[in-house]
Design a protein around this ligand. Structure first.
Ligand SMILES: [Zn+2]
Length: 375
């Protein structure tokens, strides 16, 4: 057993570990070298699992099941984070019991937990507004919450001012253009031009065209969504431009076209954006408008510039994508450099092929609204 396997074996004994922790004080655990914050969150969790409760039978049965299933501290912590939002008598333990019995991945259990908490009204919705933080080290923070359209228009305006500034982190270079705008020395908000790609299925397009688009949600490559009605209004106002691009996609082969060129042309880029409105790397949320065109089979390895070999990837993931692996063994493996996997097209869709051989897709909201999901 290597250290990783030992670690994983210990991970499945969370209930036993928490039981021992429930007999200790978090301050004693802190003096054993644990962060006080961590010690407190463990003992709070232990209190929930072994302390007095309004649902003793459910508590007893769930703890026994969690032990039998070898659930980890991380999993139980996630369960608790969501369950404690439910205040109605017995509701928290009902959710804990469901999640402890939930037979799927951590991520699916968490998605289910969020859904349940929202249904029972345990989550407060974000409210539009401007919030100002206190002074920390001579600096203050302002945060603005508003509709996705208004914030994205602001973002686009600031982005045009920093287009060629690649040396500094994005947050840093956006600052001065932001103040220029506030102080009125800039050119004002940019009226959005949807050169941004919009994807819509033919069925929905028919509905929208007949003025029945209220329930149709259209996804855009700048990371936002529009209702069908907003889409028609934008078309009427002329902000969709005078050209309407139509991409042809095959359910298993991916995007269809006949181009063979060294660099992705505008048209190919547009087609790739329509397929992936956000970077397809799992858990990434960079919208396609800020992504780069990536060759799935690298050009240097004979990959062609044709639609089915292209995808959008954000700058970061384009950089970490392992162009040479894992399909082809490197001649000289570079020690120390972690392998992150590479993008592959599998059954028509772009997915991450992990070094361990799994195919993982991005589950971002907009990922399920791209062109390949409409057919
Ligand atoms: Zn990315």
């Amino acid at each position: 057993m290597d250290k990783y396997e030992e670690f994983m074996a210990l991970t499945s004994q969370a209930i036993g570990i928490l039981k021992d922790m429930s007999k200790r004080s978090p301050y004693d655990m802190a003096s054993d070298g644990m962060a006080r914050k961590t010690a407190k969150s463990f003992t709070t969790l232990a209190d929930v699992l072994f302390g007095p409760t309004d649902s003793p039978r459910l508590q007893r049965e769930s703890v026994a099941l969690a032990e039998e299933r070898g659930l980890s501290l991380e999993y139980l912590d996630m369960v608790e984070k969501h369950a404690r939002k439910l205040k109605k008598r017995g509701a928290a333990w009902r959710l804990r019991a469901e999640l402890i019995a939930f037979e799927d991945t951590f991520e699916e259990a968490e998605a289910y937990a969020k859904k349940r908490v929202t249904e029972e009204g345990g989550d407060t919705k974000k409210k539009p507004g401007v919030r100002l933080g206190r002074v920390v080290d001579g600096l203050r923070t302002i945060s603005i919450t508003d509709t996705q359209r208004r914030i994205t228009d602001l973002e686009k305006t600031l982005d045009t001012a920093v287009e060629n500034d690649n040396d500094r982190p994005r947050s840093e270079s956006l600052l001065e253009p932001f103040w220029d705008l506030v102080e009125g020395t800039g050119t004002g908000l940019i009226r959005p031009e949807y050169r941004t790609v919009i994807t819509i299925g033919l069925d929905d397009f028919a509905k929208v065209s007949y003025g029945k688009g209220e329930d149709v949600i259209v996804a855009l490559s700048d990371g936002t969504t529009m209702t069908g009605a907003e889409f028609i209004n934008a078309a009427m106002a002329g902000s969709l431009g005078d050209k309407l691009y139509v991409g042809l996609f095959h359910p298993t082969a991916g995007p269809v076209n006949l181009y063979e060129a060294r660099f992705a042309s505008d048209k190919l880029r547009t087609l790739a954006m329509a397929e992936n409105l956000v970077c397809p790397w799992p858990d990434c949320n960079v919208p396609a408008d800020r992504c780069q065109v990536h060759h799935i089979d690298a050009h240097k390895n004979g990959g062609h510039t044709k639609p089915s070999n292209l995808t959008m990837l954000c700058k970061y993931h384009n950089g970490v994508n392992d162009d040479d692996g894992p399909r082809k063994k490197r001649k000289r493996p570079s020690p120390g450099k972690p392998k992150r996997g590479r993008m592959r097209r599998h059954r028509g869709k772009v997915r991450l092929h992990t070094p361990g051989g799994r195919l993982v897709e991005n589950t971002h909201d907009l990922s399920s609204k791209g062109a390949m999901d409409l057919i």
